[in-house]
Design a protein around this ligand. Structure first.
Ligand SMILES: *Cc1c(COP(=O)(O)O)cnc(C)c1O
Ligand code: SF4
Length: 338
């Protein structure tokens, strides 16, 4: 289940290495994705109109899926399913509870010492469990003026020592936009760490190009990148290379995963993920219980099983390879340990 097999090379990577071009070439048609994987016989099980959330997956990630395997853990994260149309009590459009605040201000200051900037609402991939499925906001979140307002707020609060860029995916922004933010950061001496939450180095490793690295590497503060990987098969040599470039630029690399039924809810899958991350120079950080987003109920793993999995994982791995099982609860002073 966690073999190093890269899967059949069904979609040779485009000769282009320009990440914007690769972004545009993502597969957005579920029928095409199934055909690429030799699974066209499953096309009649697709929900109409992608169940209201367009499928999107970069071709480089498709190349890491196993040909002919309808249970492939990468495919299950992106393929629209009929189960998404089920109405399940407790699974709502605003699962995290503060979407209005998010969209309006872009800056979330919930935990001591760190503030989180919704730098961008867009993303190169559409994970089926993403809370964005009900808030198809776009680039406007990072529109001009937005950061000035957020930076203004930060200037007036010297308790904030860490700025977190999140989204969406903050690396979906043009590097020139990130450079703008970097200039603003220079006016905030109390901020000693910049943290970026991103899945782009995994799903579109070409994003970690020399222009980005020049900017990132030159920032005169500590840098943390929290990646988002759910299964070992998401990592391949192109991702390892992107991670190595990020480390060379001075970043500490951590990973957060979401516990997903059918994808990684097995001790072999979780142990394999931790081992593979470490081999790529990345430490496991959080394993999240799913946000209860409408349309994602079929991914949920109940707490009893999640805790049993954690016990099994602790029995198998060194402590530093065991992520913390948490869930986000509105109003708490931190992520809540399960
Ligand atoms: C998750 C989150 C953070 C980061 O929490 P850590 O435990 O430091 O990783 C910060 N701010 C907000 C609003 C968050 O949701
Ligand atoms: S990478 Fe994150 S922001 Fe992008 S679709 Fe997946 S869960 Fe959502």
């Amino acid at each position: 289940m966690i073999t190093a097999s890269p899967g059949a090379r069904i979609t040779p990577p485009s000769p282009s290495t320009d990440w914007r071009q690769l972004w545009r070439e993502a597969v957005t048609d579920a029928g095409e994705l199934l055909a690429l994987l030799g699974l066209q016989h499953l096309a009649d099980r697709l929900p109409p109109a992608d169940a209201g959330f367009q499928m999107r997956v970069p071709r480089g990630l498709v190349a890491r899926m196993r040909h002919g395997d309808a249970r492939d853990p990468l495919l299950l994260q992106v393929l629209p399913q009929l189960a998404e149309l089920d109405e399940v009590p407790g699974f709502t459009a605003d699962a995290v509870g503060d979407m209005d605040a998010r969209a309006a201000h872009g800056l979330l200051h919930k935990y001591h010492g760190r503030a989180l900037l919704i730098a961008s609402g867009s993303c190169a991939i559409n994970c089926r469990y993403c809370f964005r499925r009900h808030f198809p906001y776009g680039e406007e979140i990072a529109a001009a003026g937005q950061w000035r307002q957020a930076l203004e707020h930060l200037r007036q609060d010297d308790s904030i020592s860490e700025l977190i860029l999140s989204g969406g995916d903050p690396l979906s922004l043009a590097t020139s936009k990130l450079e703008e933010l970097g200039r603003g950061l220079a006016e905030l001496p109390q901020v000693i760490r910049l943290r970026i939450h991103s899945r782009l180095p995994i799903v579109l490793p070409e994003r970690i190009d020399s222009a980005f690295l020049n900017w990132f590497g030159s920032l005169p503060i500590q840098k943390v990148m929290v990646l988002h990987v759910n299964h070992a098969n998401e990592l391949d040599p192109s991702v390892d290379a992107a991670c190595a470039r990020l480390r060379d630029a001075g970043a500490t690399l951590l990973n957060q995963s979401v516990l997903l039924r059918g994808v990684n809810d097995h001790v072999d899958a979780l142990a394999g993920l931790s081992e593979r991350l470490f081999a790529g120079g990345v430490l496991p950080y959080y394993l999240h219980q799913l946000d209860r987003v409408q349309g994602a109920a079929h991914f949920e793993v109940d707490d009893a099983r999640a805790l049993a999995l954690m016990d099994a994982l602790r029995a198998r791995l060194p402590g530093y390879l065991v992520p913390r099982l948490v869930r986000e609860v509105g109003g708490d002073a931190s992520k809540r340990p399960v």
